[in-house]
Design a protein around this ligand. Structure first.
Ligand code: ADP
Length: 544
């Protein structure tokens, strides 16, 4: 082999913000602060403060390889932490404050976090947990002196005090691009949470991959508002991708209710936003109830769970929104595939167009396969399903300090096992049909809970629906639907069955339908099937 004569400069996260400060220096980062008011500054300001932060971290005694945790919402200070911490070779460990307390205890101790940065309205939560964190040396409250609360947290410091007086220029070290930069634990619905450890290389390539996806449409004319939290898989890479292309970033803080979001969408000219379907269902209800409008040219990205067809159609047809669906997970940085449009899309008939909107195309850099139980490839015909496995520079090769989980996650030939069940069609478009642990197996055949839910949610009086497997002596398992009906509706089980009839195969029709006031949700805002199965474990199907 003849070696190329090109420079071997490492892909560094610090390089992203340095680039933004130079190439897009006047572009804004706008935040609804936890303290209340809207804060705005430029990439240049952000870069200067990130350099002050780097000095402050070194002064605190932070060393390369140290883990520093954040319990924080989407704000400009959190952006500074992303860059300042990784820039000096330490690891920014984002934590979801909505996790169960025993999970938080496990995560902080397992990661051996040295310091915790926290937002003002999470002080009480941390005060209640601090006794369980013997190794944490100090807590930095992300506010200014004026808002600094009284607290029992040991070594409590004020973020703005820490930065004050530090030089605005830092000589960022260059080191191996495979060095760890950030970390995020899975929510651990089964067993202990597991830590995905992202590198500088994986983070930069993932951000560039997002920008190359086309369907995510970001450039320096974009105003992007990530509703997806910065603790939920790095806000799906937005805080890294936006500075590369010079997009304006609008950070919603912790107010994610529809009126607060709408205010920012309209005031800040937002034309790209990202989040999980639960958020978009709530926003859609609000739009329909109030007649409020979204800005023109709005692109809405949904991921983290399947979205019902009825929601996609309502956004596109009634609200003039371009809907894009993405697939990914904590272990895949997360985005691996997004948007099913592709060549010739606009000429397709309506049904085919919407069918494509529910699928996603893989990003350059990621390889996807679907496998049967014997690890043979399943045909890409859009019908045959199998376990989705993936490979690429932003896919986890294992978990932090967890050999057993690492071994289980990777196939013998080096592919990451996603635990998702999917189809891939002739155009190579991916569609998730289930999670392996949520599958419903009836009489030896699989029923896709996602499909069943999507059709059920097409009924105008169904607010939310979840399908779960119930044990059955003859068929092994049968589907049961749990439904939240819209306020004021008098929806009955027979109405739902009549609606499903003809839209799904006869043998997919649920054996029972229950109505509840609310479905249980996970800390990332998805329906918790685990909790739902637990809730209905003593329920007896009428067909037994
Ligand atoms: P958790 O949901 O446990 O907090 P993740 O955020 O990593 O963890 O979730 C990843 C999972 O979300 C995927 O494995 C998949 O089951 C689901 N998911 C993500 N995107 C989609 C999608 N477009 N369609 C269906 N399911 C999706």
């Amino acid at each position: 082999m003849l070696r190329g004569q090109m420079m071997d400069t490492p892909l560094m996260i610090s390089g992203i913000l340095a680039h933004a400060a130079q190439a897009h220096g006047k572009q804004e980062i706008v935040t609804r602060t936890v303290e209340g008011p809207i804060h705005r500054y430029t990439y240049r300001d952000c870069y200067a403060r990130t350099q002050q932060l780097a000095h402050a971290l070194v002064a605190l005694g932070v060393k390369p390889g140290d883990r520093l945790a954040t319990f924080a919402w989407n704000t400009y200070r959190h952006v500074e932490l992303y860059y300042g911490i990784s820039g000096i070779g330490a690891i920014c460990h984002t934590i979801n404050p909505r996790l169960f307390h025993d999970q938080l205890e496990y995560i902080v101790n397992h990661a051996e976090d040295r310091f915790i940065f926290l937002d003002l309205n999470l002080v009480e939560l941390l005060e209640g947990l601090a006794d369980q964190f013997p190794k944490v040396e100090g807590y930095i409250i992300m506010t200014d002196r004026e808002h600094m609360p009284e607290t029992t947290l040991k070594n409590a410091l004020c973020y703005e005090d820490l930065l004050e007086g530090q030089p605005e220029s830092y000589d960022w070290p260059l080191f191996d691009e495979n060095t760890a930069a950030a970390m995020c634990y899975t929510s651990g619905t089964t067993g202990n949470p597991k830590g995905a450890l992202y590198s500088h290389r994986s983070t930069v390539l993932h951000a560039m991959g997002l920008l190359a996806a086309g369907t995510l449409t970001m450039d320096s004319t974009t105003s992007v508002l990530p509703v997806v939290p910065m603790f939920h898989v790095q806000a799906w890479g937005q805080a890294y991708a936006a500075p590369i292309c010079g997009a304006k970033i609008v950070m919603p803080g912790f107010r994610l209710d529809p009126p607060s979001l709408l205010e920012l969408f309209n005031d800040e000219g937002v034309n790209l936003t990202l989040g999980v379907p639960t958020i978009w269902l709530g926003l859609l209800n609000h739009l329909n109830e109030t007649g409020a409008k979204l800005p023109a040219g709005f692109v809405l990205v949904s991921g983290g769970a399947a979205a019902p067809l009825s929601m996609i159609k309502a956004y596109e047809e009634d609200h003039g929104v371009t809907y894009v669906q993405g697939w990914g997970m904590t272990e895949t940085s997360p985005v691996c595939a997004a948007g099913g449009e592709g060549p010739g899309f606009t000429e397709l008939d309506e049904d085919t167009r919407y069918a494509r909107k529910m699928k996603q195309r893989r990003l350059f850099g990621v390889e996807l396969r679907i496998l049967d139980d014997d690890h043979n490839d399943v045909p890409h015909d859009g019908k045959s399903s199998g376990e989705l496995v993936c490979r690429g520079p932003w896919i986890a090769s294992g978990y932090f300090n967890d050999d057993e989980a690492s071994k289980a996650a990777i196939t013998e030939d080096g592919w990451f096992r996603t635990g998702d069940v999917a189809t891939i069609d002739e155009d190579s478009l991916l569609q998730i049909t289930d999670r392996t642990k949520d599958l419903i197996k009836s009489g030896g055949e699989w029923i896709s809970s996602i499909d069943l839910e999507s059709v059920a949610m097409g009924h105008p009086d169904v607010q939310e629906a979840a399908a779960i497997a119930m044990p059955h002596p003859k068929w092994t398992e049968r589907p049961m639907l749990v439904i939240v009906s819209r306020d004021g509706s008098s929806l009955t089980a027979d109405d739902v069955l009549a609606h499903l009839d003809g839209q799904v195969a006869k043998w997919w029709l649920p054996d029972d339908i229950a109505f509840v006031d609310e479905l249980p949700h996970t800390a990332t805002g998805k329906v918790s099937k685990l909790q739902l199965r637990e809730q209905f474990k003593d329920h007896k199907l009428p067909t037994i």
